[in-house]
Design a binder for this molecule. Structure first.
Ligand code: FES
Length: 369
């Protein structure tokens, strides 16, 4: 039997502990839905808009190479006057406003007890839309950068402190280690029974290897060059009933984990991804850009944002998962099938739509673009 203890300071309040666990909560068909669900819960708990609206001007105090292939760097961000920064919990992220105007989200991977600095890590992705390249090339030590947050869409709820599970398994792929690192430290500090499987192309490409391997036998490092591409069974290992599984990494990895846990009873899956979710149950439709008259075809398995970017590459976006609002546009005609959980009823009634996830309820939308 799991004994529920009161949440100590710094831990998230009970999100799921008062709920009966059922299969629909334990296993989510689409990994992205996990994030939406959590986002909705977190947003309900905070005064509306308070954290979203908070902007901080910070300075890059330190840059470090975190993977031997040099593709991952970490940045430590501090207030110019050295003052304390708003607190955060494992799983939280910052929205970074880059000098070009791009907005990108990065998980906080430092120590929540350090109230004077935030640490983020960024992998260089040459064809990833430019955000990561800009961080690598345009944010030297001393650069000023504006951030929003921290916000938490992937909260860690340890066994005994809100989760009825008995143990925790972390599964991370490459840069997906960033939200997991603070969770590992917290689990270890609390004396939780935890273990981890960490995967990547090779040891040269895996960030924070030294920090992770300090935990010894709790961690299994598995690399593609030494062991081959991991199967779902490799990623899940000896997963037992009564486990909370926290997973973050590339889409194929999170999808394999989500599919694999279906065969294991009594598993809570919590997952964060860093790319757009697959479109489920989509129907094709067309989008008309009202200001130019262009017509864009949106296939059943693509998002409206994807197709709009093909003709208007400067269209603003960030998370591509329906929680940051960056891609919000005004709908001038047509019925919207809203698939986000952040727009308010008033915003929807006013005609707002998040084109990265929401779709057309009919055949044709006219957007104020
Ligand atoms: S890009 Fe973030 S909500 Fe659409």
């Amino acid at each position: 039997m799991t004994v529920r203890r009161p949440a100590p300071a710094g831990l998230p309040a009970d999100l799921y502990g008062k709920r009966r666990r059922d299969r629909a909560i334990r296993v989510f068909d689409a990994v992205a839905q996990t994030r939406f669900r959590w986002t909705e819960l977190v947003n309900r708990r905070a005064p509306a808009g308070r954290v979203d609206d908070r902007r901080l001007a910070l300075t890059v105090a330190e840059r470090r190479v975190e993977a031997h292939d040099t593709d991952v760097i970490s940045l430590s961000l501090v207030a110019p006057d050295g003052r304390e920064l708003p607190g955060w919990r494992p799983g939280a992220h910052l929205d970074l406003e880059l000098p070009s105007g791009r907005l990108r989200q990065y998980s906080l991977c430092g120590d929540p007890a350090d109230r004077r600095s935030y640490r983020i890590a960024v992998r260089r992705i040459p064809d990833g839309g430019g955000g990561s390249l800009e961080v690598h090339e345009a944010l030297p030590v001393g650069a000023r950068v504006t951030v929003r947050g921290p916000r938490n869409a992937f909260p860690f709820v340890p066994p005994g402190y809100g989760s009825d599970t008995a143990r925790v398994r972390f599964v991370a792929g490459g840069i997906g280690i960033t939200p997991i690192l603070p969770m590992m430290r917290m689990a270890d500090r609390l004396g939780v029974d935890w273990s981890m499987i960490y995967t990547g192309r090779g040891r040269d490409a895996i960030p924070f290897l030294d920090e992770v391997e300090r935990f010894g036998d709790r961690v299994v490092v598995r690399t593609d060059d030494a062991h081959g591409l991991p199967t779902a069974a490799d990623l899940l290992g000896d997963l037992r009933p009564g486990t909370a599984l926290y997973c973050c990494g590339p889409v194929p990895m999170t999808a394999a984990v989500a599919a694999g846990v279906r065969d294991v009873p009594e598993v809570e899956l919590h997952s964060e991804r860093f790319s757009a979710p697959p479109v489920l149950d989509g129907r094709p439709f067309t989008v008309e850009l009202a200001r130019t008259g262009e017509i864009v075809e949106v296939p059943a398995d693509r998002s409206a944002l994807d197709r709009i970017l093909a003709v208007r590459p400067d269209t603003a976006y960030s998370c591509r998962q329906g929680f940051c609002r960056t891609c919000r546009v005004r709908v001038l005609a047509g019925e919207v099938e809203h698939r986000d959980t952040v727009l308010t009823p008033d915003e929807r009634a006013a005609g707002d739509m998040l084109v990265c996830v929401s779709r057309c309820g009919g055949d044709h939308l006219v957007l104020d673009l």
